[in-house]
Each structure stands twice: as structure tokens, then as C-alpha cells.
Design a protein around this ligand. Structure first.
Ligand SMILES: [Zn+2]
Length: 427
């Protein structure tokens, strides 16, 4: 395996993330009673209006290299929106410094809206501590942790609304970025990421789950043809980002284990990464390992001695901080990494040898290329081989049918681009 180095710059970002900050943000968001998308916007103490004004002030106070970002629009009536309602996605961007990659970005979101048992009830308490003050607190914490950094590509940390009403806020955000010509390299929705004890009573604060689509929601005919030809269902851009988040998150994560789930989301559930997938961007969802369904989408109450409700008391800030650090590490490493290999060609079909070639961008930070390989029956990359600064590789006596391959560029500090699987078959 190629050496897995830890870049002090990435470690510095990770070390700024504190459980106490997440705890304070979640407590404040819970204090607004409900953050239902259709709730009151005039009160300063209750409802989504108060929550978003508080969040806006927090994001605005970060300063340094951050720029305040707002995506405000009127959502038209739909299945879960009875009348036009203003939706505000808000956060910060941290501008990229590589002029050649000015339109590239990494996006992270948490949704700050919440619901009680009745999806359409904007008045009843809906504390939404885990779903999803947890993810929102991470958007704010990551914005602070990266505030003074100079990433190669632009970073977006955004608190979105309208998730519970049908991913309405993130859909607008994804379409807006697409219309602005932003190329999202990787998007992550952190949603339900602070409950350390499942409904089954099992505690697990040592692992997290990463969900991503295998077959892309948006695919050209040529991409579909190639996917069918090589069996690329497990190598979509979203899945490569999920593996990257797992690998780099674990590298910096002090024993945290991340599980790459071979599903777009939990069964019949969804989150804001799906909006980005539909816009054609690689997107994943990061969340806790064990859920308690009595604390999701439930009006706080006690029924037959059983407690329901997504309350502050069950938010596990140290666990959330571990997940946040893993994501922070992966975003930092990707944001510092050089331009990835392009035009990766796989040759060697019906042959005992594998041959790969690619082109390298004129990015002075490319120190070399890492070749990833895994057995065709595996999920994780099993081999990482340092190749130096080259544009091809011949692997004698490795039949391509039996493996998956991808190549990544890496800088001198060990920050790797997203691995690029072959996009073309050649001779
Ligand atoms: Zn949620």
C-alpha cells in the first residue's frame, strides 16, 4: 500500500472541531420550539424565522475568508406545501484559490427545518435535535473550522430548509449551483448524526454510515453503455466520494469506523443529497449508525410509559463531533488535493495484463499518482500503489475482468484527488 500520510493542515482543521460548540448550537436551535418550514417567521423566539435569523448572524460573524451565502426563494404549492412559502438556505462559502479550478466546489449541508408527528403541523413543538440540528450544527462548525483556510476549490457550508416538505430547499440550491456553472466535486448531507444509542438499546458511538447512489440518477447514454460494459454500478462518482470519505475520514478519525452502505439512503427514506444527485452531482449522506425511530418526526410526549420526541437530552455531542471531524478531514484533504487524472483509459480486455493510461492536468501540485485496485467482489479499495508522476501503468498478469481500478493524483503532503475509474475502454 502507498503510505497514508496525515497532512498537518488537515489535522489543524480537524482539531478546531469541538463537541461543546455542536452542543451549544443544537441547544439554541431546539430552543426555538419548532423550525417547521411553514411555521411563524415574525417571532424572535419561536419558529423558523427566529432560527434562520440566529443562524444568519452566526454565519455572518465568522469573518476571515468566509463570504456569506444566501439562497432565498418562494416555494410554490406542492404535496407538503399548501401555499407559497419563502424558503431560505443560508451559510458561507470559502473561495477557492486555484484560478484554473474556479468553478469547482465541495458542498456540505444540514437541514435546519424540523417536523412533529404531523408533517403539515407548523405549531406543535418539533425540537429536531438529531433531525437535523445535528447536521446544521456541523455546517456552522465546519464553516468556522475552515474560515481561515485557503482551499484550492470553493467550499460551501449551508443550512437548508424545506427538507421535511420534500427536499425543497436543497433542490433549489442544487439547481441554482448547476445554473451558475458550479461543478460540485462532492456533496454531503449530514442528516440525523448525533444519536449514539439505537432503539434496540445498542450503543454505538464508534461508527457512522455513508449512503450514496450506485447507478447515477443522471447518466448519458455513453456513460450507461460504459457502466454496463465494465460493471460500474459500484463506481459511480457518488460511490467514489463515499469511499473517499470513509478512507480519509478513518485516516484522521482516531478509531472511528465509517461504513460505505451500498444504497442511496435507508430504505424508502431520503435526504438532501438526493437533490444534488438529481442535478448530476456526486452526493452522499453521512449519518449515525443506530437510529431511534421514537425520536424522529415525533411530537414530544409520553405514551404508555414510552418517551417520544427528538429532544436535546439524547443528542450525543462527543459522538457528533467524531463524525464531524471525519467529514472535515475528508473535505479538507479533497479541497487541498491537485486536479484529478483525466481521460482514464482501461485496456487489456481479453488479455492477461491490465493497461491503464490517463492525462495529467498542468497542476504544479501533482506530486504523483496512486493506483487503486480491488478484487471485483470487494467494496473497499484493497491496494493503493504509488506510481510517481506518470501517465500510464502496465500490470502484468492481472486480468482486468477480476479487478476494479481507479487512479488519483496526490500532492506532496498526501492529499489525494477523488479516484477516477476508467471513463473509456481502449486497446
Ligand atoms: Zn432529516
Amino acid at each position: 500500500m502507498a503510505e497514508e500520510r496525515r497532512d498537518p493542515k488537515v489535522e489543524a482543521v480537524v482539531q478546531r472541531i469541538e463537541a461543546a460548540h455542536l452542543q451549544a448550537t443544537v441547544a439554541k436551535l431546539v430552543s426555538f420550539g419548532t423550525r417547521h418550514t411553514l411555521s411563524d417567521t415574525t417571532s424572535d423566539t419561536r419558529g423558523i424565522g427566529a432560527a434562520r435569523r440566529w443562524l444568519a448572524a452566526e454565519f455572518a460573524s465568522i469573518g476571515k475568508r468566509t463570504k456569506v451565502f444566501e439562497d432565498r426563494f418562494t416555494a410554490q404549492p406542492g404535496p407538503r406545501i399548501p401555499a407559497p412559502v419563502e424558503i431560505v438556505n443560508l451559510g458561507v462559502t470559502i473561495p477557492g484559490t486555484d484560478a484554473a479550478r474556479a468553478k469547482q466546489a465541495i458542498v456540505m449541508t444540514g437541514h435546519y427545518d424540523s417536523i412533529p408527528s404531523d408533517t403539515m403541523d407548523p405549531k406543535t413543538d418539533a425540537p429536531g435535535a438529531d433531525d437535523d440540528a445535528s447536521g446544521t450544527s456541523m455546517a456552522l462548525e465546519l464553516a468556522r473550522a475552515f474560515a481561515a483556510e485557503s482551499p484550492a476549490v470553493t467550499l460551501y457550508f449551508v443550512a437548508v430548509a424545506g427538507e421535511e416538505q420534500g427536499l425543497v430547499g436543497s433542490q433549489h440550491l442544487a439547481e441554482r449551483l448547476k445554473a451558475e456553472g458550479v461543478e460540485v466535486l462532492a456533496m454531503t448531507s449530514v442528516d440525523i448524526a448525533g444519536n449514539g444509542e439505537g432503539q434496540d438499546g445498542i450503543r454505538d458511538t464508534g461508527s457512522g454510515r455513508v449512503f450514496s447512489e450506485g447507478v447515477p440518477a443522471v447518466e448519458s447514454e455513453a456513460q450507461q453503455k460504459l457502466r454496463n460494459a465494465v460493471g460500474g454500478e459500484n463506481d459511480s462518482p457518488a460511490r467514489e466520494w463515499a469511499r473517499y470519505l470513509q478512507r480519509v475520514g478513518e485516516r484522521y478519525g482516531d478509531g472511528l469506523r465509517l461504513r460505505v452502505m451500498l444504497r442511496r439512503d435507508r430504505i424508502a427514506r431520503g435526504s438532501d443529497h438526493i437533490s444534488f444527485a438529481r442535478a448530476g452531482f456526486p452526493a452522499a449522506r453521512l449519518m449515525e449508525s443506530r437510529e431511534n425511530y421514537r425520536r424522529q418526526h415525533q411530537t414530544p410526549r409520553v405514551e404508555n410509559g414510552v418517551e417520544y420526541g427528538d429532544d436535546l437530552a439524547h443528542f450525543d455531542a462527543p459522538y457528533a463531533a467524531r463524525l464531524c471531524r471525519a467529514l472535515g478531514a475528508a473535505i479538507a484533504s479533497l479541497a487541498l488535493s491537485p486536479a484529478p487524472p483525466q481521460q482514464v483509459v482501461l485496456a487489456g480486455a481479453v488479455s492477461p495484463d491490465t493497461r491503464l493510461r490517463w492525462t495529467l492536468a498542468a497542476d504544479p501540485r501533482i506530486a504523483g499518482v496512486i493506483l487503486y485496485r480491488r478484487d471485483a467482489g470487494e467494496v473497499r479499495w484493497e491496494h493503493a500503489t504509488w506510481l510517481g508522476k506518470v501517465d500510464k501503468a502496465v500490470l502484468p498478469s492481472l486480468v482486468p475482468d477480476n479487478f476494479f481500478f481507479a487512479v488519483a493524483t496526490v500532492d506532496a503532503a498526501g492529499n489525494e484527488s477523488l479516484p477516477q475509474p476508467p471513463g473509456e475502454l481502449g486497446r
